[in-house]
Design a protein around this ligand. Structure first.
Ligand code: GLU
Length: 425
């Protein structure tokens, strides 16, 4: 994880995202003025959020909302709660959202938010108060047609429900479209909870189809067993892939003949700590061993900076699907390119979440709600279309999938800026 650069050797997430943007900008021979605009976020909001804890002590938490670009539509992106959240990380993730929404062609810009907090150290009541105080402080920057947050690392539908309540109270109006990923009862969409993992699985299967590979003959490992990783593993297992290992912060589990993902899901849902540790029907495996496993498909679905210069040479999987945001550093990406590893980039692979966020927002605007089949069919169509465009461009121009995805995304955002007249002098 990227945090304070003075204490951590890992690269800055903002500069990593900038690196891929600049590569695409050079590839497209983008106007230098447009490049300059898109290199930096449009707006950054930094707040210090006080919280009186249940024991009477006071703590102050840093909160961030970075709005990278709204050239193609309202700012859009999740809010995460994690101790290593800082301005650099949120900047990088906000830019990724701009490229992600453009890569899959949904009418949004990009933003990201977060609070530097370990939610496990707070009670539920403290967490709700902290969330609502944070929203009060950044509320002027938010709105259903302005900037629409959603869940991300350590936030959920429940968190979004608290935000809906606070935002409606502050606005004196029903502004539930101000967030997506809400509980169904508050105007959430069917299929949103599973959407990121479903999108990762749909993308993986599309790639296998293009490569002429049978999913039933594929061995895969998934790093991370949260909302994203668990649904990814489930849908790929349903498609016949053998999921040989999964992991979470308590470590990994391995089974050569393939793990029973349904049983694992039930295990984590019913265990006290909701972790994989202690599951009986598998062999323990470290997170690092999982990344280096001799399998066909490696799916990092946890946090950023997992595949770095330190381990890139040892990655054996010929295919990496970036279910997490920024799991591969630019330096590691260069090594993987040389070795011929196919990397499906985050801005494509994990876009299913924000695609169904878009569907939720449309349903809120319409006040008309879709059935699950409609959501899933439209998600699949959107992901296939985006994947095919990117895959074909990569093949035609002999460039990596990441470069192709950024090229398509950056071109769309640049065109929107041009059509707004930013270059007219
Ligand atoms: N946090 C998710 C992401 O990184 C979803 C964002 C959204 O739905 O706005 O893509």
């Amino acid at each position: 994880m990227v945090s304070n650069p003075s204490t951590k050797a890992l690269p800055s997430l903002a500069s990593a995202t900038q690196h891929f943007f600049k590569e695409a900008s050079a590839h497209l021979k983008l106007d230098p003025g447009i490049t300059k605009i898109l290199e930096q976020p449009q707006r950054e909001v930094v707040v210090q959020v006080p919280l009186v804890k249940e024991d009477g002590s006071l703590e102050v938490f840093s909160g961030y909302r970075v709005q990278h670009s709204n050239a193609r539509g309202p700012f859009k992106g999740g809010i995460r709660f994690h101790p290593s959240v800082d301005l650099d990380e949120v900047r990088g993730l906000a830019a990724l959202m701009t490229w992600k929404c453009a890569a899959v062609n949904i009418p949004y810009g990009g933003a990201k938010g977060g609070i530097a907090v370990d939610p496990k150290t707070l009670t539920k009541r403290e967490l709700k108060t902290l969330t609502q105080s944070f929203i009060s402080m950044i509320m002027p920057a938010l709105g259903p047609l302005k900037d629409i947050p959603a869940p991300d690392v350590n936030t959920s539908a429940e968190t979004m429900g608290w935000i809906v309540a606070k935002a409606c109270e502050l606005a004196g109006d029903d502004v539930r479209g101000i967030v997506t990923g809400k509980p169904i009862e508050l105007g959430g969409s069917l299929g949103r909870r599973e959407a990121t993992g479903k999108g990762v699985a749909v993308t993986t299967l599309r790639l296998l189809k293009w490569l002429g590979k049978d999913p039933a003959k594929m061995r895969a490992v998934v790093q991370g067993f949260g909302n994203n990783g668990s649904y990814t593993a489930l849908y790929l297992a349903q498609a016949g892939c053998k999921i040989q290992a999964v992991s979470d912060i308590s470590g990994g589990l391995y089974k050569e003949s393939g793990l029973d993902i349904h049983a694992l899901l039930e295990y984590v849902q019913t265990s006290d700590d909701h972790l994989l540790a202690g599951y009986p029907d598998a062999t323990p495996m470290s997170n690092e061993e999982l990344l280096k496993a001799d399998v066909d498909v490696l799916i990092p679905a946890a946090l950023e900076n997992q595949i770095t210069v330190a381990n890139a040479e040892q990655i054996k999987a010929p295919i990496i699907i970036e279910a997490a945001n920024a799991p591969v550093t630019p330096e590691a990406d260069a090594i993987l390119r040389k070795r011929g590893t196919i990397v499906v980039p985050d801005i494509l692979a994990n876009a299913g979440g924000v695609v169904v966020s878009y569907f939720e927002w449309v349903q809120n605007q319409q006040g008309y709600y879709w059935d699950l089949d409609t959501v899933n069919t439209r998600l699949t169509i959107t992901m296939h279309r985006a994947f095919d465009d990117i895959y074909l461009l990569a093949n035609e121009q002999h460039i990596p999938l990441r470069t192709a995805a950024y090229a398509i995304a950056v071109q769309r955002v640049a065109r929107a800026l041009e059509q707004k007249g930013v270059l007219v002098c």
